[in-house]
Design a binder for this molecule. Sequence first.
Ligand SMILES: [Zn+2]
Ligand SMILES: [Zn+2]
Length: 374
Amino acid sequence: MRINAVVLREPGTPVAVEEVELDGPRADEVLVRVAAAGVCHSDVYLADGALGHGRWPMVLGHEGAGVVEAVGERVTHVAPGDRVAFSFVPSCGQCRACRAGRRNLCEPAGRNALHGTLMDGTSRLRDGAGATLQHGLMTACFAERTVVAAAGAVPLGVRIPLWQASLLGCGVVTGAGAVRNAAGVRLGDSVAVIGCGGVGLQVVAAANLAGAGRIIAVDRDSAKLELALARGATDAVEVAGHGDARRVRDLAGGGVDHAFEVVGRPDTMRLAWDVLRPGATAVVVGLAPAGVEVSLPAIEFLSEKAIKGCYYGSTDVADELPRLARLVESGRLSLADVITHTTELDGVQEALDRLRRGEGARTVVIVDRELAYA
Ligand SMILES: [Zn+2]
Ligand SMILES: [Zn+2]
């Protein structure tokens, strides 16, 4: 079928809406009519070529929600008409990582995401000239329709607006999972959240729900700090470039129990390390461009500080995502307030530029107005 989709042709050139050809779903795949999709900082990195070579031409978009239109003959967990959000790690359940319970690190899913293919190593997307297009992170949801691996379409289970549900599959799972699974924040703990964009604000909200006693939001943009305070941060520290770590440590009485880095830069990773109390752990959620390195004062390992990575919430997204949807339905987790802009498919380039400038939290692309607000 012919659909409109946002295509990245070459890094550094603007993305544009093209009419492309989408093949129907194979046996283990699902065709979804996209309602809405969030624009994430990883899309900027992909568009800038910062995640490595060979990742274009590609249909972008890895965070979204929609309605199932057709399923392959081996798909049983969803049916046409079901409301789903996308998971960009449709784990196989059989590889070493999956068997060890670390489905977010599924090996074939990771490999295929890197190659821009679905789980069988092929693409369903072609451009007007017949050339193969890559599926952005196995999702390719800046498009009117998309075909994803079965496990990439996660049923929401509850009825929440799809323009809000579109954020679940990247920003929300990533932020909430970092708090719950990577850090294990407990009642009364102190937390620093460095970087309060689309994902950082989810970390703040999840830390609040987890009962953190002190939630210190750190950013260089006062508007984002305001949003963080509205989502449960107890303190806001505007980055000055010097003395930032001391200010955070002082607020937490000598250092925080958990620091979350949600930017992806060496200086903010170092800041996450510097605000820890002895024995505490920094969780790096932010994605850094390929080639970036970070250095730490090694003597401080004496104080049993630790730093660890967290990919996609360190969780099984198929399990976590419906749980988060229920929190949204019950009103305990608000998503509407982090959506600072909405646009249409032809507004993706502008949304990427906003992220490059560090403006606003999340832009949501309303692909199908009727579905998105239903
Ligand atoms: Zn993302
Ligand atoms: Zn696997």
